[in-house]
Ligand binder design. Structure first.
Ligand code: PLP
Length: 366
């Protein structure tokens, strides 16, 4: 598909109406002469904590690092197992691997597409230390069941909320009741930087302190390294840009939900399957549909000038990179990765453009 220009692209990342605000934020940082872990990062951490309903936020370099550092700060490492979803960006499992622990996969629920609590129980061994659910496409996993399992088996929960900024689960912000929650600010995310960025949210002050040391080489004070941390810092430019965008995030989230509702109404009874919404707290990072004739479906939309993408084409345990990990039977994920396809959804997608996408989907004949 590369090289093709689409009349309706999958996403639009260049800043539009907010350009002047972003330029002003960048100029403020350039003029300040302070570029890494400074006042913009500290302010963003406070503001994002308030928005996410968490006591503490620690900014880091990526969402992947946010997951890995959260696990490391909980003391998870070599010899340990972390149970996670086979349907996600591979980075969720790679983050587990970075700690020295082993990712173990539990299959997803067929309609919710998030980790199946029954499969989690089946995957628990004497080495299991944590559960890493992924709020896929912005829909919260079944956190009530997962917290229940975690407390029954004495496991930590770290939530991968890289696609779920401001999502709520039964009315409560995602992350509540878990040890830590990881966010990504990769440019395509609901809250995106103009580069890489990530953060960990936690209600545990001691864990937050440890994370602040770990992201900065394990330093307890300048040039004094009490433990082996990493270099994973959020920079001032990204923090300043994220602060300007954070103010608009509630409106962005409402707009995403409105577009999703438009797709749901428009595609009802049509030729593709639309996954159920389990919680009104879904933030629609992506709008995925399923069809067993995906190649033909994508070609049909391409002919209409509409770009679609696949999230994700390969179950993580089927990736060659996962060969050394515990093999996992994930029949639901196998089917979903063969059928799932994401439609364009972004705040500048006009009602007319969305109507065109809906019309094109509806004229697809199976
Ligand atoms: C984006 C993403 C990540 C990784 O975040 P980065 O900032 O790219 O490292 C991890 N998990 C999920 C579910 C993601 O969507």
């Amino acid at each position: 598909m590369s090289g093709t220009t689409f009349r309706i692209p999958f996403n639009v990342l260049a800043p539009g109406a907010e350009r002047a605000e972003i330029d002003a934020a960048i100029a403020r940082v350039v003029d300040s002469g302070w570029f890494v872990l400074g006042p913009e990062v500290a302010a963003f951490e406070r503001e994002f904590a308030a928005a996410a309903g968490a006591a503490h936020v620690v900014g880091v370099n990526t969402g992947t690092d946010a997951i890995a550092l959260a696990l490391m700060a909980l003391g998870i490492g070599p010899g340990d197992e972390v149970i996670t979803s086979p349907l996600s960006a591979a980075y969720s499992a790679l983050a587990v691997h970075m700690t020295g622990a082993r990712p173990v996969f539990a299959d997803i629920e067929p309609e919710r597409l998030t980790i199946d609590p029954a499969a989690v129980i089946a995957a628990i061994t004497s080495r299991t230390r944590a559960i890493l659910p992924v709020h896929l496409y912005g829909q919260p996993a079944d956190m009530r069941a997962l917290h229940d399992i975690a407390s029954r088996y004495g496991l930590a929960v770290v939530e991968d909320a890289c696609q779920a900024h401001l999502a709520t689960c039964a009315g409560t912000p995602v992350g509540r009741g878990s040890a830590a929650t990881a966010y990504s600010f990769y440019p395509t995310k609901n809250l995106g930087a103009l580069g890489d960025g990530g953060a960990i949210a936690t209600d545990d002050a001691a864990l937050a302190d440890r994370l602040r040391r770990l992201r900065n080489g394990g330093q307890s004070s300048r040039y004094h390294h009490d433990e082996t941390g990493v270099n994973s810092r959020l920079d001032e430019l990204q923090a300043a840009i994220l602060r300007t965008r954070l103010g608009r995030l509630p409106a962005v989230t409402s707009a995403r939900r409105r577009l999703a509702a438009g797709y749901r109404a428009g595609l009802h009874g049509g030729p593709v399957q639309v996954p159920r919404e389990f919680d009104a707290g879904h933030v629609y990072h992506l709008f995925a549909v399923l069809t067993p004739e995906r190649d033909r479906f994508q070609a049909h939309l391409r002919t209409a000038g509409i770009e679609t993408l696949i999230h994700y084409p390969v179950p993580i345990p089927r990736q060659p990179a996962a060969a050394a990990w515990t093999p996992a039977a994930c029949p639901v994920t196998d089917r979903v990765t063969a059928e799932v396809v994401s439609l364009p959804l972004y705040t500048t997608l006009s009602a007319a453009a969305q109507a065109e996408v809906v019309a094109a989907v509806r004229t697809f004949s199976r």
